[in-house]
Write a protein that binds this ligand. Structure first.
Ligand code: C2O
Ligand code: CU
Ligand code: CU
Length: 477
């Protein structure tokens, strides 16, 4: 739709390319995979998870002898992994020690009350503390995460290091404990020669920031040792600002067992997995052949404005050394994991059209990332909904890029996707809070908000969210 012919586009993008053309800094690879540090539960009694998360400036060593200034939760990036159980009450004191910046903690995908969800309208001032308190309902087991959501600063706070995993465990878990349970959190790093993280460029704002290195738990291509015949439960998190990860596992077999909001009904064998920004997938990887198994990326064209589309073919994210010695026999995956009740017939339907606009004005390029022709306004309610109603949301992507669509406060079910007049049902029923809407595609989903209050919905390319591709649904009791 004429994006390339916009006046001024070339010069801006060209200016960016100067900075981006610097050879990326080389990072060490092949260290042992680090488990994310666990956030310790300080509560003295069962059923309660109590802890403190402090966001503040820290340094990271990506390159020997060079400190990179980052933002971290409790000193680490990714932040500490929170593991709690269905039925638990959670009380987390957030201390914002980021100099001069407001922040929040948003509990991505979790069924928390609206006023505990770290929305942009509930900022925590620099230097202030606040307690987030919520219960984890029965049936809420899943792979969630937490990240800042302050107005206008989310993208930068996340790419500087603020994001962590939140695993809610089921009391009765059908996945054999012998598979272990490992979180692999993908983040995206751009590092300048002096060890700093460069600010976002115009190209980053348009496309979302895509860095030079995809990291796993903060490491580049770390190593994991497995015995032949072993199976490992892996929770993959795309915690990047804007990178689409199309993943394949060479020399290992992948079986998808869960999505954003917990287990599927039954395991599904997968050759490859597309994980758009903010999505998660739970899988069981089986290592049946000795030698090296590698988790790699395939190229995926998610649409790109201006020159310099990164091609991600053949990046190795994780290397698994599979020994010759056989593992102890592992129990098989159950054939049924749990029932998922389909959301019923919707009583309301809505249409959300995603577009991008570009215009030159006196101060330079003006970009708009819009939903139904509007940019986000914190003082405006875009949708009024009723708690408990099942709604059909039709997300229409008329833009030149894919936009991963996310709704706060609930999990939804994708019913179908339409492209060029062809309608396709998803291969299986799943609870999702983020779904990629490819350019030219329409995704229809059923969603139900159980709790009243103000909820955000937005594109999870964080630069787009920040540039306006976000709206507010006011859920009434
Ligand atoms: Cu992951 Cu509105 O957020
Ligand atoms: Cu969210
Ligand atoms: Cu977007």
């Amino acid at each position: 739709s004429g994006m390339d012919s916009m006046p001024g586009m070339g010069s801006h993008a060209g200016h960016d390319m100067g900075a981006m053309a610097q050879a990326p800094v080389t990072l060490a690879e092949g260290e042992g995979l680090r488990q994310l540090p666990l956030l310790a539960n300080e509560a003295g009694r069962p059923g309660l998870f109590q802890a403190r998360l402090t966001a503040e400036a820290a340094t990271a060593r990506f390159v020997e002898g060079q400190d990179t200034p980052i933002l971290a939760y409790n000193g680490t990036s990714p932040g500490p992994l929170i593991v709690a159980y269905e039925g638990d009450r959670v009380e987390i004191t957030f201390a914002n020690r980021i100099a001069g910046e407001q922040s929040t903690i948003h509990w991505h995908g979790m069924p928390v009350p609206a006023d505990q969800d770290g929305n942009p309208m509930d900022p925590v001032a620099a230097g202030a503390d606040r307690v987030y308190a919520f219960e984890l309902p029965e049936g809420s087991a899943g792979s969630y995460w937490y990240h800042p959501h302050p107005h206008g600063r989310t993208a930068e706070q996340v790419y500087r290091g603020l994001a962590g995993g939140f695993v809610v465990k089921a009391k009765a878990d059908p996945i054999p404990a012998a598979y272990g349970d490992t979180v692999l959190m993908f983040t995206d790093l751009r590092l300048a020669a002096d060890g700093s993280m460069p600010d976002n460029t115009m190209t980053d704002l348009m496309n979302g920031r895509v860095g030079d290195h995809v990291l796993v738990n903060g490491q580049k291509n770390p190593k994991l040792a497995m015995a032949r015949g072993a199976k490992r439960r892996l929770r993959l998190y795309n915690a990047t600002n804007a990178r689409f990860l199309r993943l394949a596992f060479a020399n290992a077999a992948m079986t998808v067992i869960g999505s954003d909001g917990g287990l599927l009904e039954a395991p599904v064998v997968a050759e490859e997995i597309l994980l758009s920004p903010a999505e998660r997938v739970e899988l069981v990887a089986a290592f049946d052949r000795s030698g090296t198994a590698t988790l790699t990326t395939l190229d995926y064209d998610r649409g790109w404005m201006g020159p310099g589309r990164p091609t991600d073919a053949g990046l190795t994210l994780l290397t698994v050394d599979v020994s010759d010695a056989p593992a102890e026999a592992m129990p098989p995956l159950p054939e049924r994991l749990r029932p998922i009740a389909p959301l019923g017939a919707p009583t309301v339907s809505r249409r959300l059209v995603f577009t991008e606009t570009m215009a030159m004005n006196a101060t330079g390029m003006e970009m708009g990332f819009l939903i139904n022709g509007k940019a986000f306004d914190m003082g405006r309610v875009d949708i009024v909904a009723r708690a408990g109603d099942t709604e059909l949301w039709e997300i229409v992507n008329q833009a030149d890029m894919d936009h991963p669509f996310h709704i706060h406060g609930t999990q939804f079910q994708v019913v179908e996707r339409e492209r060029d007049g062809k309608v396709a049902k998803p291969p299986y029923l799943a609870w999702k809070d983020t779904v990629n809407v490819a350019r030219g595609e329409t995704v229809r989903l059923r969603t139900r908000q159980e709790r009243p209050g103000t909820r955000m919905y937005h594109c999870h390319i964080l630069e787009h969210e920040q540039l306006g591709m976000m709206g507010i649904v006011d859920v009434q009791a």
